[in-house]
Design a protein around this ligand. Sequence first.
Ligand SMILES: Nc1ncnc2c1ncn2[C@@H]1O[C@H](COP(=O)(O)OP(=O)(O)OP(=O)(O)O)[C@@H](O)[C@H]1O
Ligand SMILES: [Mg+2]
Length: 341
Amino acid sequence: MKLLNIKNLSIVYKTIEGNIQAVDKVSLSIDDGEILGIVGESGCGKTTLIKGLMGLLPYNGKITEGEIYFMDKNLLSLSKEEMRQKRWNDISMITQSAMNSLNPVYSVGWQIVEAIQAHKVVSKEEAYKTVEKLFELVGIEKGRINDYPHQYSGGMKQRAIIAMALALNPKLIIADEPTTALDVVVQSQILEKINILLNNYNGSMILVTHDISVIAQTCTMIAVMYGGKIVEYGAVNQILKHPNHPYTMGLKNAFPSITGEKRQLISIPGAPPNLLNDLDGCRFKDRCPFAIEKCFVEQPKKNNVSNGFFYCHRENESEMLRDQAKKQETWLEDIVKEVSI
Ligand SMILES: Nc1ncnc2c1ncn2[C@@H]1O[C@H](COP(=O)(O)OP(=O)(O)OP(=O)(O)O)[C@@H](O)[C@H]1O
Ligand SMILES: [Mg+2]
């Protein structure tokens, strides 16, 4: 049984300018104990996908098709109250702006105690003991439990949020850009903490980030999201060594090598597509140095590979494309334009 199984999920935002197809027919699953990284540039639909599966879409966001099963139960058939119960007990979330979600008028410890008591019948003393243990785990001194959020640094607040996410021992933790708001030093401390926690935690995790190196350090599986679609999925060690989708190849170039190999960072020219428009063909076509005519008119079909899949019309040429993708001249903007005219 899959812990989480998302089937053909589409999410649309209604806006005055028209409908934004933020998530487009996404199918994705996660097994017990798996750490899945979702990576993609800003605006590719990562947060929308997560909000959709947590039942937390804003009023103008709607799931237009698809199913979401958590331990074989269809989450979309649950009432608001049933979903609220699932949220902290079974699935907990560390959001992009989690640090700011602590209430300034209550002590940090008290807020976690309250969250525990809202879902579990335990005495205040027991709940405080749990918080002490959690603080030790995430690296906050016991003596700081009764401090208020403004007495915490950004890194400490984020650790407290991680403690809160762990408080009810959920089966799945979803972390949406948990380190984005922090400076690089604190970022790597938090990531280290997350790694240690994951080694001691037998549940699963989804880690959303735009930084492929974070995924390399933390995750077992990776889903690459572009223009509302998952364009490539598979085991981290397989995909980061041998990406099959040109977008994954480009993302890999844009971040420092995990193996310490010295190479120049190359960025992908242009920006992700506007999801307001009807998108013909492959979503990456305008920025892809390898786009051919077919990419402009026909959506690529799913190519299954061992433990994963990718969507690309040039599915049999991955090895050659990987070699090309390593060269900076491949990604120069005018060359990309020439190819796409
Ligand atoms: N409430 C909303 N109303 C209308 N459009 C929205 C809303 N929230 C997000 N969008 C649009 O949906 C698309 C996907 O946004 P989303 O926030 O899911 O991307 P993301 O991958 O999480 O980006 P980031 O890395 O910046 O967090 C974008 O085009 C965005 O502008
Ligand atoms: Mg986001």
